[in-house]
Design a binder for this molecule. Structure first.
Ligand code: NDP
Length: 336
């Protein structure tokens, strides 16, 4: 089997030197284990956090350890009664082509007839992140304005569509014309603003004539600067991700704390960070039941960005952190 390990910890943006490819001999599956062939690897922004040894909600990947990640796999051999050869499953195998793993990290999934890739995208962890963050913290209401950045990605695209289902107005923020067109025309957002435009802040203000009631925070940085003055009294801000700062401070960064604290106080904002896993127990069942059929029927739309071959995973991952992906980023293993 081929796999990718963390060769060294990145300083700032990751580079190809931070990753190393290894060839390993797989052992035979023991009692309680399954042998898997990876079909698709999901690449997600949280992996940047695992590459760093800064204290966080999850332990870092050790240097020399396999890069973490969730995959869609086919069961090749099984020594566990819940799985049989040929089953398509979701598992945390990490970045590799094949793996022998304990059955407790392997899960069956039901995509209601949608493609199996959705099990790690719109119908998997990213979709659930949007669903639970909106349900528990955002709580959009009829007629309110909901804003989300990284709007063409798996989390943002679901946030906007959930806002629409709740009767709210969905305003997306995305990088570049292609993504903006997609968000408005294909995903059905009411308005979209390009954060790379020099008029970004005034464009966002024009797109939100009644201010912002829910801002689903995916990026931070200059997007937060533009959003903050527009937040209405009692606005809710689920803090889901800060991808603009995962690689460290940018040249134009400044201290945002005084302005943020002042707005929290004066406008009674509710800002609440979350990690989706905290909501799994109470909300995952409802997510699957409500959202699965809407995706399968085409009512909820999504986009995938598929690159071919494990060799391309590091480069594709590095690019995602600056917006080179267009949709849910996946690696299709070479031989399927
Ligand atoms: P995406 O596929 O949307 O990829 C990230 C996107 O972020 C890029 O495509 C780019 O989109 C945007 N971006 C990158 N840098 C910047 C920048 N400097 N300013 C503005 N936008 C930028 O990712 P996901 O949908 O998978 O994840 C979205 C967010 O949700 C991430 O922050 C992620 O960490 C977070 N997350 C949090 C979870 C939780 O439990 N809290 C779970 C899962 C995800 P564009 O080109 O449009 O700007």
């Amino acid at each position: 089997a081929r796999r990718v390990v963390l060769a060294s910890r990145p300083q700032g943006a990751p580079t190809l030197e931070n990753f190393r490819f290894e060839e390993v001999e797989l052992s035979d599956a023991q009692q309680g284990e399954v042998t898997l062939r990876v079909l698709y690897l999901s690449l997600d922004p949280y992996m940047r956090g695992r590459m760093s040894d800064a204290k966080s909600y999850a332990a870092p990947t050790p240097v020399g350890g396999v890069m973490e990640g969730e995959t869609v796999c086919e069961v090749i051999r099984s020594r566990h009664p819940d799985f049989a050869p040929g089953d398509k499953v979701r598992a945390r195998t990490g970045w590799c082509t094949d793996a022998v793993v304990k059955a407790d990290i392997v899960h069956h999934f039901d995509t209601h007839g949608a493609p199996i890739t959705t099990a790690v995208g719109v119908l998997g962890m990213p979709g659930f992140t949007a669903y639970s963050g909106m349900k528990v913290i955002g709580q959009p209401k009829d007629g309110e304005t909901v804003v989300v950045a990284a709007a063409s990605g798996p989390v943002g695209s679901m946030v906007g569509q959930i806002a629409k289902l709740a009767g709210a107005r969905a305003v997306g923020i995305a990088g570049g014309k292609k993504k903006c067109d997609f968000v408005r025309e294909e995903l059905g957002f009411d308005a979209v603003v390009d954060h790379r435009s020099k008029d970004f802040a005034s464009d966002l203000e024009a797109a939100c004539p009644k201010g912002i009631d829910v801002y689903f925070e995916n990026v931070g940085g200059h997007v937060w600067d533009a959003v903050l003055p527009l937040l209405n009294q009692f606005a809710r801000v689920p803090v889901c991700g800060l991808v603009a700062q995962y690689n460290g401070p940018g040249a134009a960064d400044h201290d945002r704390l005084p302005a943020t604290m002042s707005a929290i106080l004066r406008r009674s904002l509710r800002i609440r960070g979350f990690i989706q896993s905290e909501f799994v127990k109470d909300h995952y069942g409802a997510f699957e039941k409500e959202i699965g059929p809407l995706v399968a029927s085409g009512r909820i739309r999504y986009k995938e960005d598929v690159v071919d071959g494990l060799e391309r995973a590091p480069d594709a991952f590095i690019g995602m952190l600056t917006g080179k992906n267009f949709g849910k980023l996946l690696v299709r293993m070479a031989d399927i």
